[in-house]
Design a binder for this molecule. Structure first.
Ligand SMILES: C[S@@+](CC[C@H](N)C(=O)[O-])C[C@H]1O[C@@H](n2cnc3c(N)ncnc32)[C@H](O)[C@@H]1O
Length: 279
């Protein structure tokens, strides 16, 4: 069974919290708000916001070399079908500009590059150098030279209204400010363009216990066996549990200004593909 989720309560200032003096109460609220704004989750741990990106970077630095092998082992190859489904739902045309955010070792970018003719363009981007280098080399070895940029999804270095399609597969979960990242992805989409978010989600309830066992007992051990890193794969399981479920992510996308948001459950909700438009 997974460890219980940490309680979400915030640290309280012992003397101020008990005060009835209005000025102290306001100060107490300010302190509480600043606490609220400055922490986030890294799996089940509560960490300072500015720390999360470093923790996430450590995970992907550690797993980059064997990331693709682990994906195949953990999902029994299913991640390939989920990515093929994402490509199919994009409705991609040959002349399109496509941006793959948090593209890592380049599965989706490669699939889009194969589909697009020489008139189109695929950008492979990621915040992590080790993952990006593997992705770039992989595409290169398959005969595709695509533009590559190391960048944070929360501050995309692209102009407004530029891309026909933006994708993010298994990346959003790791971002510190998902709302900012979604707003950035919307900003760089042209009116009529679409965003596809492929991410772990909430599994069908009757399967939850088996899925918990697999996530917390099997996957970290596999991580230990294959790359001697149990902690990164424990983070994977925890981060999935902390990620917004299907409806919550839909709401988050709507709040970022995206429209016609719909989602498809894959593998009984283990994963969901959300698709939305900018108008
Ligand atoms: C699980 S991997 C997914 C890689 C690839 N998209 C795939 O489907 O196989 C998550 C990726 O998100 C990247 N990432 C995490 N935070 C990010 C951020 N703020 N901006 C851009 N990429 C980020 C990580 O570096 C990592 O390569």
């Amino acid at each position: 069974m997974p460890p219980p989720r940490p309680r979400q309560s915030l640290p309280r200032h012992p003397t101020l919290a008990a005060s009835t003096d209005p000025s102290r109460l306001i100060l107490s609220q300010v302190i509480s708000m600043s606490n609220q704004q400055s922490t986030t989750h890294f799996g089940y741990q509560e960490v300072a916001e500015e720390e999360k990106a470093r923790h996430v970077a450590e995970v992907f630095d550690s797993v980059a070399q064997r990331y693709d092998l682990m994906n195949d082992l953990m999902s029994g190859g299913l991640h390939r079908l989920w990515k093929a489904f994402t490509l199919a739902k994009s409705g991609v045309r040959e002349s399109w500009r496509v941006l793959d955010v948090a593209g890592g070792t380049g599965d989706l970018a490669l699939a889009f590059a194969r589909k697009l003719g020489s008139r189109g363009q695929v950008w492979l981007t990621d915040i992590n150098h080790a993952m990006l280098v593997r992705g770039r080399d992989r595409l290169c070895n398959q005969g595709f030279i695509v533009p590559v940029a190391q960048c944070d999804a929360e501050k995309l270095p692209f102009p407004d209204d530029y891309f026909d399609c933006v994708t993010v597969a298994f990346g959003l979960r790791n971002m510190t400010h998902k709302d900012l990242a979604l707003a950035e992805m919307r900003r760089v989409l042209r009116p009529g363009g679409r965003l596809l978010v492929l991410e772990f989600s909430q599994v069908w309830k009757p399967l939850a216990a088996a899925y918990d066992f697999y996530s917390f007992q099997v996957i970290p051990r596999l991580g230990q066996m294959i790359i001697h890193d149990e902690a990164s794969y424990r983070y994977l399981a925890e981060s999935i549990r902390m990620h917004p479920d299907q409806e919550a992510l839909k709401l988050l996308m709507e709040q970022a200004g995206l429209e016609q948001v719909e989602y498809y459950n894959l593998a009984l909700g283990v994963v969901a593909l959300h698709r939305a438009f900018k108008f």
